[in-house]
Design a binder for this molecule. Structure first.
Ligand SMILES: *Cc1c(COP(=O)(O)O)cnc(C)c1O
Length: 389
């Protein structure tokens, strides 16, 4: 089997930009494509996309970093990268199942900006901005500044809540994207969290290494490694997103001792195929990233055109499990509407259980039986029991 390739798409639409600018994340951030006219200079938009862009101004802003923009196929409206970041007219549709806050986050905030759903960990929304905006964003109600609702995070109150909640041992920084904060601002937050004795484990959920790998500087890595154990979840949906620059950025993070996981969202016309997902998980392992979750797309307003049947996710997992490295197989989950949290959804490998045995189906569909053990109590044995030895 051929090793997958990691190609660079730079400078693409920006041939005139000196490499020193291109490689500067502030330059990338300042030169994001955010308007219809900038978009039309570089892409032949379809009517559906044009209408989508006009709509985006009042819901979820349009923004794509130059690095990521170069991955879009200019002549292919069905391009899987394009579908993730270029708005479409369907965003204006409201399907009856749609919700503004599908994961019920707003009702699980003890403090503005802090979502406390599970007993021992919290989600801390530290900014409302991202490097680029995913059209299926589960937090589109509050990010990007375009919608009606605003994210208000009360940092001092959040730290106080964490200080008086000894059950919380794990804090997940997200937003928005925490890696858009300056090194100094991010470090101030990490330091403050590290000063709370019961907080053991820190993690950052980010798509910045994918949208803007230039952000992953040696200085950022040196800062992050001062706060270990610190883990990171990135968000890659399609193998083409793993460019040579992204692989390098992920390598720097891994070299800094940061265990990396990936969270993909299963999306219609993007990665709802066994072949695409297989290539993705293999490329992730080469980048030292462990596929962590595969999400069923949330019921976010205006995303019905991107959602897939649940059976598609099950089919994908079933074609990976056993057929490839176990490290390459993510857990498929549905974030339960209304705030139930992530629920694992698995292909069925247990055919039946009872009568002291369990009937199993392996990855090839063969049937096996395992006699269910009756526990043997741990005890001291009488001298007589050793007599035979
Ligand atoms: C996803 C999530 C977490 C983290 O869940 P893990 O399964 O531990 O990765 C924590 N809090 C909230 C609100 C979440 O949505």
């Amino acid at each position: 089997m051929l090793a997958p390739d990691f190609v660079s798409h730079a400078p693409g639409h920006w041939p005139e930009v000196p490499p020193a600018d291109w490689n500067d994340w502030h330059w990338q951030q300042r030169h994001r494509v955010t308007t219809l006219s900038e978009l039309e200079k570089r892409l032949a938009l379809t009517r559906e996309e044009r209408a989508g862009v006009l709509l985006a101004g009042t819901k979820l802003a349009l923004a794509v970093t130059p690095h990521f923009f170069n991955l879009l196929e200019p002549d292919n409206p069905a391009c899987p990268i394009r579908r993730q970041v270029i708005p479409r007219i369907e965003e204006g549709w409201d399907s009856p199942a749609d919700m503004a806050d599908p994961c019920g986050e707003d009702s699980h905030m003890p403090v503005p900006g802090l979502v406390h759903r599970y007993p021992d960990r919290v989600l801390f929304l530290v900014t409302d901005r991202c490097a680029s905006y995913c059209r299926y964003c589960t937090r589109s109600r509050v990010v990007s500044g375009a919608g009606e609702q605003e994210l208000v995070t009360d940092f001092e109150e959040a730290f106080r809540y964490l200080e008086k909640s000894p059950a919380i041992r794990d804090v997940l920084l997200s937003g928005g994207d925490a890696l858009l904060l300056s090194d100094a601002r991010l470090e101030a937050i990490l330091r403050r969290l590290r000063a709370i004795p019961h907080i053991q484990f820190l993690r950052i959920g980010t798509r910045v290494p994918i949208f803007m790998p230039q952000r992953v500087t040696p200085a950022l890595c040196a800062m992050l490694r001062r706060h270990h154990p610190l883990w990171m979840s990135v968000h890659v949906n399609h193998p083409r997103e793993l460019t040579s620059e992204v692989r390098e950025a992920l390598g720097l993070l891994a070299d800094s001792g940061i265990p990396l996981g990936n969270q993909s969202v299963l999306l219609n016309g993007v990665n709802d195929s066994v072949e695409v997902m297989r290539e993705l998980v293999h490329k992730l392992l080469l980048c030292r990233v462990r596929p962590y979750y595969l999400y069923q797309c949330d019921l976010i307003r205006g995303s019905s055109h991107l959602r897939t049947p649940v059976s598609k996710g099950l089919e994908i997992i079933q074609t990976l499990r056993g057929f490839t490295s176990g490290y390459a197989v993510p857990q498929f989950v549905i974030d339960a509407p209304g705030g139930g949290g992530k629920v694992p959804v698995n292909p069925e490998y247990v055919v039946s259980k009872g009568d002291g045995r369990i009937i199993l189906r392996n990855y090839e569909g063969r049937i096996y039986e395992y006699p269910d053990p009756v526990p043997v109590p741990v005890r001291h044995h009488h001298a007589a029991e050793f007599a035979a030895l």
